[in-house]
Design a protein around this ligand. Structure first.
Ligand code: NOJ
Length: 478
């Protein structure tokens, strides 16, 4: 629909930014922190761009006060960050490391002092290594109990001051990259294990939500899902089916489990036929149904376009981690779908489509299928930035990207979607997992690169001043 007048953003709309522990903190062994799977994986030769790792990252663990001061200056209403499980439980379970709790406690208090609502992510991919070694991490049902115990410690410690909680960040990505494509730890490529791990992770997600209800009755919790809405390449019926398949396999498989406590029938049917369906034990589906979230957290970066894929067509995925545009090949599931470039959309240097309208489409789809508020937990542009003389970064492309996405959110709100928050990814520059430090997302430039930590100086980009105005005017200026 075309609105002749757009609704204003709600008065208490949460304008924010997001980060993740491994990508910003560094301090990998400070104050009793245990090792995480990423602390070792990123050190294996050939796993990440130019061998980068998060040992130091952008040193937020030691510079958090400076970072919060910058957040206060820009006027963030919320800051979403993750807790490193291995800081709280160095061995994943057992004794709590008080120093770890203290770090986040101080951060939370400082945020609140600056009128910034803390939003905690329980799990953003850094699993205590001890659990991977003891029982294979997410492959064992034992993790349901250990994850829940860890979550309970955080609910008890911070539930009095923290209202917004994200349970699992991008379950679809950490399991896909970890167990299907072999790109993240533990580097497995096995569809059956991938679906089994997902089932276990969904159960852990539900169990943590069940405990949350008891301990943080006034809080709100939900997972952050990496939502890439599916488009058909053409109006050929077989392409429509391919796009619908993708929506079921890539999106509903997770979101239906979170909200309805069931899996899409069509996908389950396919998995059973292929012999790769997860083992569902008695009581599992009941637990899933009890773990309904309060909102759908959405990390939105791009849409994906699909066409039909013959039975002998393309399979597994390869990704562009170098920033050399046009290096992402087609991928798919034979007989189900395959990806195609969308002729109507531009893409980033990492071949991610730039599609603000796709965010509106995604928000509308979530609203009509799940009838839940949406917490946009990530959105942003990964780009090469140039530090000019005099500590200037003219990132007009980032301003344009975020501005268009904010407009799309306002359209969605005008359509009737209940959007409660918008967190840009990210606040400071950070480590982009496989992509090194050159893929920058922040409003604050961090002076380091793949080769050297330099001085890790914080430098405000042009977008920093622009986002400040957006927040001050509650989205009127954008
Ligand atoms: C989503 C992930 O949650 C985040 O960790 C990552 O850096 C961004 N996407 C950008 O790729």
């Amino acid at each position: 629909m075309i609105h002749d007048k757009l609704k204003a953003f709600p008065k208490d709309f949460l304008w924010g930014s997001a980060s993740a522990a491994y990508q910003v903190e560094g301090g990998w062994n400070q104050d009793g922190k245990g090792k995480s799977n990423w602390d070792v994986y990123a050190h294996f030769p050939g796993t990440t761009y130019k061998g980068t790792n998060g040992d130091v990252a952008v040193d937020h663990y030691n510079r958090w006060q400076e970072d919060v001061a910058l957040m206060a200056e820009v006027g963030l209403k919320t800051y979403r960050f993750s807790v490193a499980w291995s800081r709280i439980f160095p061995e994943g379970k057992g004794e709590v490391n008080q120093k770890g709790l203290e770090f986040y406690n101080n951060l939370i208090n400082e945020l609140i002092k600056n009128k910034i609502e803390p939003a905690i992510t329980l799990y953003h991919w850094d699993l205590p290594l001890a659990l991977e070694e003891e029982y294979g991490g997410w492959e064992s049902r034992q993790i349901i109990e250990d994850f829940t115990n860890y979550a309970v410690v955080l609910f008890k410690a911070f539930g009095d001051r923290v209202k917004y909680w994200i349970s699992l960040n991008e379950q679809n990505i950490f399991t896909g990259h970890g167990y299907k494509f072999g790109l993240h730890p533990p580097g497995v490529t096995d569809d059956k294990r991938f679906f089994q791990v997902n089932h276990i992770a969904s159960l852990a997600n539900a169990k943590a939500i069940v405990e949350f209800r008891k301990l943080v009755p006034n809080g709100l919790i939900g997972p952050s899902f990496a939502y890439s809405p599916a488009y058909p390449l053409t109006s050929k019926p077989e392409d429509i089916i391919a796009a619908e398949n993708a929506e079921e396999f890539i999106n509903h498989w997770w979101m239906d489990a979170y909200v309805f406590g069931r899996y899409p029938q069509m996908v389950l049917n396919y998995l059973i036929e292929q012999g790769i369906a997860p083992i569902i034990e008695p009581g599992d589906m009941e637990l899933l149904a009890q773990g309904k979230p309060d909102f759908m957290g959405v990390n939105y970066y791009q849409t994906t376009t699909y066409e039909s894929n013959p039975l002998d067509g393309v399979g597994s995925a390869k990704f562009n981690t170098t920033g050399k545009k046009g290096t992402t090949p087609e991928t798919g599931i034979p007989g189900v779908y395959k990806t195609k470039p969308n002729p109507f959309l531009q893409a980033t240097d990492w071949d991610w489509t730039i599609d603000p309208e796709g965010l509106r489409i995604g928000l509308r789809r979530i609203a009509s299928r799940y009838n839940l508020p949406v917490f946009i937990s990530e959105n942003g542009l990964g780009a090469f930035d140039t530090l000019e003389e005099g500590d200037i970064v003219n990132d007009d492309y980032r301003i344009a990207y975020i501005s268009e996405h904010i407009k799309a959110i306002q359209e969605a709100i005008s359509d009737g979607v209940d959007v409660i928050a918008y967190c840009t990814w990210s606040f400071t520059d950070l480590l982009s997992w496989l992509n090194g430090f050159q893929k920058r997302y922040g409003f604050v430039y961090v002076n380091r690169d793949e080769e050297s930590e330099k001085d890790l100086r914080r430098i405000k980009k042009k977008s920093f001043y622009w986002y400040k105005k957006v927040i001050e005017t509650n989205g009127e200026v954008k």
